[in-house]
Write a protein that binds this ligand. Structure first.
Ligand SMILES: NC(=O)C1=CN([C@@H]2O[C@H](COP(=O)(O)OP(=O)(O)OC[C@H]3O[C@@H](n4cnc5c(N)ncnc54)[C@H](O)[C@@H]3O)[C@@H](O)[C@H]2O)C=CC1
Ligand SMILES: CC(=O)C(=O)O
Ligand SMILES: [Mg+2]
Length: 520
């Protein structure tokens, strides 16, 4: 079995191997006594052996009995399982928050034990530290707040960021996840409360990519919020002002990026859950200057493309058949457009014909089918807008049901943020599609925002489908011993690899080609 020392040592030696040039030597604790017990990076709780208690000034600060790492691990899991039992039958949100609290308390106290239990039980714990529960945590952040985690840069810190960045206690940071809280999952503008997302994403970096937890940094860029409920909430912890816009907004992001890369030139910054206009603008602004990527545009696209290619295989067709797949994408935001542009790049590469690569793709937003006749067509959506002459029987703004009935797609992919838009009628229409095994990707988060549930998908679109969702669903019992298998289509399957790959290769930029390769 493991021991805490062995885990810490293996973590260190792994990160040494990965980041050998960045690590100057062994990890030295400069603290003593109670300061160590209150530092989750170094605290071992009752696990400090007597020799360490003497050396670190801890004798007398802990109960005398030494409890091994294995015993602490077993004790935590026992508490967790009994909490799970005791909250059965309670409303889902109460049970989910109770699980999040017990994990968060451990995270606050003893990171080594926290990450060990997280890594060993990632399938069980991912829905708590990540979607869907993290959404609920963000919604209730002001009430749940006990201790800060990560860094907070606000509009009031303008001109101070270069010195503030040195307040972070780690010498080296490899991976930063940054949000401005403007589009948290499908929950809208949650202002400073969105910090839960970078925290959850970085936990996945540690658990899934083995990134050293002392070298991660969750960051909230608080430029205000346009969420009236939060502005009126007296417990709200962020700036109580409307969001900055235009050059004022960009100057804050610029200052933050300069500060980060001045202190840690080899860091990677993942932009997360920025509203669409800033997601695209910041990606274009920084991608050729800094090692950064936008997870909602690029990470999601990579995972979706992997799923789309996998679907072709699941249909028993050759990958070369991908360009012939008819794909309907519902949601023309940062995620939907990101997926389409990567899918188009893949088709262009396979066929060598860039001009016709978007031919089999159909895009809908809240106003229905997007065509070139759309008034105020968003330039980012323009490459996927249909020419009305080429879509006989469909008009600008056609409904999803009309599109599915007419197009008979192989894939229906939702990134709309709207729960239930794949209605019974839409799913039944898909059942009549041309495909031998149609795919339904209900990718919006959290669970209540999924375009349909797994049970409804199998019920209305038939048993012979490929189903994937952004937040996890249980497999569906189809009766007669048959199971409807549920997959998860979430960028969490890609971003830890993007960050790790970029780090160990020393990449200076993250290119579309890297993401294509990752997807394939
Ligand atoms: N599974 C995953 O890995 C990921 C999932 N997402 C989810 O995707 C959703 C959207 O994210 P973004 O694109 O960043 O949001 P966004 O706000 O930029 O875009 C939303 C789009 O959906 C459209 N829309 C709204 N109501 C609609 C309706 N009734 N029918 C059709 N389209 C409608 C809007 O017009 C807009 O084009 C969120 O729920 C988010 O959680 C985002 C990134 C990754
Ligand atoms: C998964 C993710 O990044 C999102 O829903 O925004
Ligand atoms: Mg996101």
């Amino acid at each position: 079995m493991w021991s805490q020392a062995r885990f810490a040592a293996s973590r260190l030696s792994r990160s040494r191997r990965l980041f050998s040039s960045a690590i100057p030597g062994p990890c030295i604790v400069h603290k003593r006594g109670a300061d160590i017990l209150h530092d989750p990076w170094f605290n071992k709780d009752t696990g400090f052996p007597l020799t360490e208690r003497d050396r670190l000034g801890l004798r007398g600060l802990l109960p005398p009995r030494v409890i091994s790492f294995e015993q602490q691990y077993a004790r935590f899991m026992e508490s967790y399982r009994s909490l799970e039992k005791n909250t059965k039958g309670q409303p889902d949100s109460i049970a989910a928050l109770a699980k999040w609290r017990i994990l968060n308390r451990l995270h606050d106290r003893n990171e080594t034990l926290y990450y060990r239990v997280l890594i060993d039980n990632i399938k069980d714990f991912a829905p708590t530290i990540y979607t869907p529960t993290v959404g609920l945590v963000c919604q209730n952040y002001s009430g749940l707040f006990r201790r800060p985690r990560g860094m907070y840069f606000s509009a009031k810190d303008k001109g101070e960021m270069m010195s503030m960045i040195y307040n972070w206690p780690a010498q080296q940071v490899d991976m930063i996840v940054l949000t401005d809280g403007s589009r948290i999952l499908g929950l809208g503008d949650l202002g400073v409360q969105g910090i839960g997302i970078p925290i959850g994403k970085l936990d996945m970096y540690v658990a899934a990519a083995g990134i050293n937890p002392q070298r991660i940094l969750p960051v909230m860029l608080d430029v205000g919020t346009n969420n009236q409920r939060l502005l009126e909430d007296r417990l709200y912890l962020g700036l109580r002002q409307p969001r900055l816009e235009g050059e004022e907004y960009l100057s804050i992001v610029d200052e933050f990026m300069e500060a980060v890369f001045t202190r840690w030139p080899k860091a990677i910054v993942q932009f997360e859950d920025f509203q669409m206009k800033w997601a695209f603008e910041t990606l274009e602004r920084y991608r050729k200057r800094f090692c950064m990527f936008n997870d909602d545009i690029q990470g999601t696209a990579g995972v979706a493309l992997a799923g789309l290619l996998g679907t072709v295989r699941a249909q028993g067709r050759s990958l070369a058949d991908f360009p012939n797949q008819k794909i309907v994408v519902v949601g023309a935001g940062s995620a939907g457009l990101g997926v389409l542009s990567m899918a188009v790049q893949a088709v262009a590469r396979m066929t060598g014909k860039a001009e016709t690569a978007a031919r089999n793709f159909f895009l809908l937003d809240k106003d229905g089918l997007v065509t070139k006749e759309r008034k105020n067509l968003d330039p980012a959506a323009a490459p996927f807008a249909k020419d009305p002459g080429q879509i006989v029987g469909l008009r600008e703004g056609a409904s999803l049901l009309e599109v599915v009935k007419k197009v008979k797609p192989d894939v229906l992919l939702g990134l709309s943020g709207v729960g239930g838009v794949f209605s019974e009628e839409v799913l039944k229409a898909l059942h009549e599609s041309d495909s031998s095994k149609p795919a339904i990707f209900a990718m919006s988060n959290p669970t209540m925002n999924a375009e349909c549930t797994a049970a409804d998908a199998f019920k209305h679109a038939g048993e012979n489908i490929v189903f994937a969702s952004g937040s996890p669903f249980e497999n569906v019992n189809l009766g007669n011993g048959k199971v409807g298998h549920v997959n998860q289509a979430n960028n969490m399957y890609l971003f830890p690899g993007i960050g790790l790959g970029a780090s160990i290769s020393g990449a200076r930029f993250i290119t579309d080609g890297m993401l294509q390769a990752a997807a394939e």
